[in-house]
Design a protein around this ligand. Structure first.
Ligand code: PEP
Length: 253
């Protein structure tokens, strides 16, 4: 079975102490994950080691970074490289979250560089894509997200694309309380898989987890994750409440 993943994105929330308490609260539930299930916590950089050590003994629980820089190393004050993350034993990293695309002017080309650096450093990128509201209203979301994949991922050879995780996050659903309907989610996830199949073939397309993100909550996760081409979720707001994220992990197929 394809990997099924509950990924938390804390964004710029929680003090260190609140973060520790949140992790403790989630782990207290002692949810045992099956071989094909993962729980990933994308936390602020200063909390990576704490999170990594909290999940060390837990099967299939991982700490992730929310970003890395698109250059290898050098005079980029305040930035964090993929190599630095690897040196901390961090094995997952969000790449191209829509907030970074918007506020940090990240382009598809820069994201392709980040993807390469993650892979060179044995880090699995969770590549975020998704359209803004005006694109959805114009009905051109398929072309929009296909271009994001093509420009940031499709330079990869088949053996490398296999290790990517994709998160489809319609921007109009992030933090707004509006979710895509299950029909909308299934339709575009299926489309994304077909775009990958067109380039790399069905076997590879069927292996790549595609997460849904955008106002996933404890009370809608099961329904969304139930879609055939949805392999779990990338979760912002609801990942900050232990009991909510516990229910979201439990909703994985
Ligand atoms: C996100 O930040 O990736 C996200 C999906 O946020 P929320 O769950 O709050 O919509």
């Amino acid at each position: 079975m394809r990997k099924q993943i509950a990924a938390a994105n804390w964004k710029m929330n929680c003090t260190f102490q609140e973060g520790e308490k949140l992790m403790d609260g989630i782990l207290k539930a002692e949810i045992k994950l099956a071989d094909h299930q993962l729980a990933i916590f994308a936390v602020p950089y200063p909390y990576l080691l704490m999170t990594r050590s909290e999940v060390e003994e837990e099967k299939n629980y991982y700490a992730a970074a929310q970003n890395c820089h698109h250059k290898k190393s050098g005079a980029y004050t305040g930035e964090v490289s993929a190599q630095m993350l690897h040196s901390l034993n961090i094995s997952y990293c969000l790449v191209g979250h829509s907030e970074r695309r918007e506020y940090n002017a990240e382009t598809n080309e820069m994201l392709a560089e980040k993807i390469d650096l993650c892979l060179e450093n044995f880090i699995t990128p969770i590549f975020c894509c998704g359209e803004p509201l005006n694109i959805r209203e114009a009905g051109t979301q398929n072309e929009y997200v296909a271009k994001q994949l093509e420009e940031s991922l499709f330079h990869l050879p088949a053996d490398k694309i296999k290790s990517i995780i994709i998160a489809y996050e319609p921007i109009w659903a992030i933090g707004t309380g509006k979710t895509a309907s299950t029909e909308q989610a299934q339709e575009i996830h299926h489309y994304l898989r077909s775009v990958i199949a067109g380039k790399y073939g069905n076997d590879i397309a069927n292996e790549i987890p595609i997460l849904y993100g955008g106002s996933v909550k404890a009370n809608n996760a099961k329904e969304i994750f139930g879609c055939a081409d949805v392999d779990g979720g990338l979760v912002g707001g609801a990942s900050l409440v232990a009991n909510d994220f516990i229910e979201i992990i439990k909703a994985l197929k």
